[in-house]
Design a protein around this ligand. Structure first.
Ligand SMILES: Nc1ncnc2c1ncn2[C@@H]1O[C@H](COP(=O)(O)OP(=O)(O)OP(=O)(O)O)[C@@H](O)[C@H]1O
Length: 714
């Protein structure tokens, strides 16, 4: 078996910022805080998040690297990033993502400041240090820097005026790349700083309530090392992709205006697709070549961010199970190049298109599933590809590429043409054993991929065969029924004798078994179609279907069928993947199932009287239309109630994001000041809203959905 690496997760909780309230709803817990001054303990550390429904309970998320508020940039780099530099110099593509809600510290972690440089400047320095140490190779470094803004890709290394949208294309071997993205050689740290600082100014940044300089785009910086071994005349290419994702957004907190909402919706959509891809990778729906090596989950402290923190951690937990099978990008540099089988990529059939973020991070291994949503691009021809290669234009951002034919522009011509004695050296300073190992791993990977392909093919044939058989059985059944109706006595009778009862029983069982199998098959087909179905449904229908599943799940959870309820909630999630409350519900039930604990759903609300509705409407905080919709809320709470409740509980603003004109009311304030400051009337209202239910407006509402979408669904 080829070596498999799980994606490494690091979680980092940023310190409280000025004006943020102190509370311990999100904490990093180290096994023994007494065991030394480090702010990151590997082994046993976990993030604890209090359960929004029951503050006496906590959710624990153990990760190998947990960095608390006192952690330093140096610590993160030393522990989790620096080891990856060697991997890059071994010809592997590595990706580091910073993921988290807006203002959680992604840019601080990746970019940092002059006094506290982050991952990016440290990686660059380390890449140059390592390059200098590799005397035996002729090594060059190049960078590309792009941003993905509202699903469009722009080159950050050229000025905005000269930066048209770059097309994302797929070549004829299924490799996704950003065409015409510039790749610039860098000669040293200073050189990089000049380029990078200028490029960063081109990035789309805007102010939100939470962050004055919020990144509104995903930024992907790629540093590529090309190493030529003059002795063996082979070229090894390693890359490190450093991705500062735009923050996932809670529009209630960010206070986005309508134009920002569109931006925000694009950000959330792309992050949600990223989440789905990771989910699909976990389920094995898509190829298991990986999209990242390290995921840094940035967390913001305090109750205000608790829900976002749970979402981020939930995403991280899923990502943790993704397996990574690194591939070495090595190729022969002799005049008649042939692909090294270590770099052979087995190409899957064409899949659905996807947003740019996914196209950019996927490696064309994805064979199905929700991983592509961009309209299909015209594949470039081989000749085009070669000319792009020649001009240095072809960019394969995260490619585990089939390496033949690509000539790094930064390598001097004479080196490219040189041909060394291949027998005398083991190349790239590796021992024979290491080379053998690498070869056997590559062979295993190729064989495994081939076996997987064949198994899939066989499975497909089996399914077709099964379908044919079922159709034949159906039509035979129809004929039997018809002939029976014509002459009911014609059914072949069992031979009489002592075995007759046994034969009859056998026949009954046989029929029962067949029926069950048919049912199972139908169920399986339904499950497989679920994701595809969700893709083709309109947002309204998706939401309706999601709600129906939630209602069903709720019924099961009330009966105590937690596993069934969980499955149904997960199904619902397929239809409403962005639903925060639903995700939270899933986490809770998962926790209850895993720990064999009772799960107590919140009580159904009493039926509302019209007068109550009127009085609520009079508050100007909801409209009756949405109120009706609330009645179908899976947890039984009316939407308005739970909306307010949830807002109150999480200290969020009760601002209807659909209408920027509606008045805002901050519950953070009310909550912080406590009940003492409230009038008896207000206190009464607050009590009514303080049910512990968590299913709320949020559970079924997506910020991008229109008002129309919030109609009753059942
Ligand atoms: N570890 C830290 N130490 C000190 N300050 C921090 C830390 N992390 C973040 N901050 C501060 O918090 C604020 C928000 O951080 P940052 O801009 O990095 O968030 P972000 O996740 O990149 O947000 P967005 O997604 O909106 O771009 C900044 O003022 C930053 O300086």
């Amino acid at each position: 078996m080829a070596a498999i690496h799980k994606v490494k997760i690091a979680a980092r909780l940023r310190p409280r910022l000025e004006g943020e309230l102190e509370d311990d709803s999100i904490q990093i817990v180290h096994p023994s805080s007494a065991s030394g001054g480090s702010s990151s303990f590997s082994g046993g550390s976990f993030i604890s998040v209090t359960n929004p429904r029951d503050p006496s309970q906590v959710f624990k998320f153990p990760f190998t690297s947990c960095y608390d508020q006192d952690s330093t940039q140096e610590e993160i780099f030393k522990n989790d990033v620096e080891p990856l530099i060697d991997v890059v110099y071994n010809g592997v593509t590595v990706t580091i993502f910073a993921y988290g809600v807006t203002s959680s510290g992604k840019t601080h972690t990746m970019q940092g400041t002059k006094s506290q440089p982050g991952v990016i400047p440290r990686v660059v320095r380390a890449m140059f240090e390592k390059k200098d140490a590799l005397h035996q190779f002729q090594t060059s470094l190049e960078i590309s820097y792009m941003e993905i803004y509202k699903d469009d890709v722009y080159d950050l290394l050229v000025t905005r005026e000269n930066a048209p949208k770059l097309p994302v294309r797929e070549n004829d071997s299924g490799m996704v790349f950003v065409a015409n993205l510039s790749k610039v050689p860098i000669s040293g740290v200073q050189d990089f700083d000049t380029l990078y600082n200028a490029a960063t100014k081109h990035r789309s940044v805007g102010a939100t309530n939470l962050n004055r300089a919020s990144s509104r785009s995903h930024a992907v910086l790629t540093i590529e090392a090309t190493m030529l071994d003059p002795v063996t005349n082979t070229i090894l290419t390693g890359k490190i992709n450093l991705v500062d994702l735009a923050g996932s957004e809670n529009n209630k907190l960010t206070g986005n205006d309508p134009s920002r909402m569109a931006e925000s919706s694009a950000i959330n959509k792309s992050l949600s697709v990223l989440g789905q891809v990771v989910h699909a990778l976990n389920r094995g729906d898509v190829g298991r070549r990986l999209i990242l090596g390290l995921l840094i989950c940035n967390l913001a402290p305090g109750m205000k961010f608790r829900q976002d923190t749970l979402n981020t951690l939930n995403f991280a937990v899923r990502t943790k199970n993704v397996e990574n099978r690194p591939v070495v990008n090595e190729r022969d540099n002799r005049p008649a190049p042939r692909p090294h089988f270590a770099a052979v990529s087995i190409q899957p059939p064409a899949a659905k298109p996807a947003p740019a973020i996914i196209q950019a991070i996927s490696t064309a291994e994805s064979s199905s599933g929700p991983s592509r949503a961009r309209p299909s691009m015209v594949p470039i021809s081989r000749s085009q590809r070669m000319s792009s290669i020649g001009s240095g234009n072809l960019y394969q951002p995260f490619g585990l590429l089939s390496g033949a034919g690509r000539r790094p522009s930064a390598i001097p011509e004479k080196i490219q043409e040189s041909e060394g004695d291949r027998s005398g050296s083991l190349g790239f300073g590796m021992t024979e054993k290491e080379i053998d190992e690498r070869i056997s791993k590559a062979v295993e990977a190729a064989v495994e991929a081939e076996v997987t392909r064949r198994l899939a093919e066989r499975e497909r044939q089996r399914a077709e065969e099964e379908e044919r058989r079922r159709a034949a059985a159906e039509s035979a059944k129809g004929q039997v029924a018809r002939s029976r109706s014509r002459s009911p006595t014609k059914e072949p009778s069992l031979p009489s004798g002592v075995l007759t009862p046994l034969l009859r029983r056998h026949k009954d069982l046989d029929n029962e078994l067949k029926n069950r199998l048919q049912e199972l098959e139908k169920k399986y087909e339904r499950g497989a179609k679920e994701t595809q179905l969700a893709d083709v449904l309109s947002p309204v229908s998706r939401k309706k279907t999601g709600r129906a599943y939630v209602a069903l799940a709720r019924a099961h959870s009330e009966k105590g069928d937690l596993q069934v309820a969980l499955d149904l909630y997960r199904k619902a999630e397929t239809y409403v993947p962005d639903n925060i409350k639903l995700k939270e519900r899933i986490i809770e039930i998962e926790w209850s199932v895993k720990n064999n604990k009772e799960y107590v759903p919140s009580p159904k609300p009493p039926k509302k009287h019209k007068s109550k509705k009127r009085s609520k409407s009079a508050l100007g905080q909801e409209n009756p239309e949405t109120d009706d919709a609330m009645m179908v809320d899976s947890c039984g709470l009316s939407r308005g109630q739970s909306h307010l409740d949830s807002a109150a509980e999480f200290g969020t603003e009760v601002t209807n994001t659909e209408s920027p004109n509606k008045s805002k009311r901050s519950f953070t304030d009310t909550e912080d000041r406590g009940d003492v400051l409230q009038t008896p009337q207000k206190r009464q209202k607050r009590t009514a809203f303080s049910s512990p239910a968590i299913d709320s407006d949020d559970e079924m509402a997506h910020p991008a959905l229109s008002k129309k979408d919030k109609r009753p669904v059942v």
